[in-house]
Ligand binder design. Structure first.
Ligand code: ZN
Length: 132
């Protein structure tokens, strides 16, 4: 496996919009299902300020961050993605203090983010073990 460097990460996720797009494609690989239209509608407009996508037919909003660790967080998605990248890269061996230094969030936020991300990464590991 080729090493995924910080430079690669910065290229892949340069801004919040890119992170949101990634999240959308990850959660809705076959397109966004609109509850109001009761079907997958082909065109959804990104509304960056609300971190949501609006259905072109009915303007119903879909939030790709709903029910994720990013939900209702004031921390930018780029910061979240960066911390996920760093935790994965260091196999969890990065302290909240270090995250605080690297991203500029408060220690409390760094600790909370790190705890949430670790719990999700643990879940992924468990799933992987089940398959073996
Ligand atoms: Zn719709």
């Amino acid at each position: 496996m080729q090493k995924y460097t910080l430079k690669d990460f910065m290229r892949d996720f340069p801004d919040d919009k890119t992170c949101l797009e990634w999240l959308k494609n990850h959660r809705y690989p076959d397109g966004i299902y609109c509850k109001t239209c009761e079907k997958v509608t082909p065109h959804h407009h990104l509304i960056s300020s609300r971190k949501s996508y609006s259905c072109q037919n009915c303007r119903n909003h879909v939030h790709p961050t709903a029910n994720t660790i990013f939900h209702k967080s004031r921390t930018p998605l780029t910061t979240w993605f960066y911390v996920i990248y760093r935790i994965a890269q260091t196999h969890g061996n990065i302290s909240a203090k270090q995250i605080e230094r690297e991203t500029g969030v408060t220690y409390k936020t760094a600790w909370r983010m790190s705890k949430l991300i670790r719990s999700r990464l643990d879940e992924t590991d468990e799933n992987r073990n089940d398959k073996n």
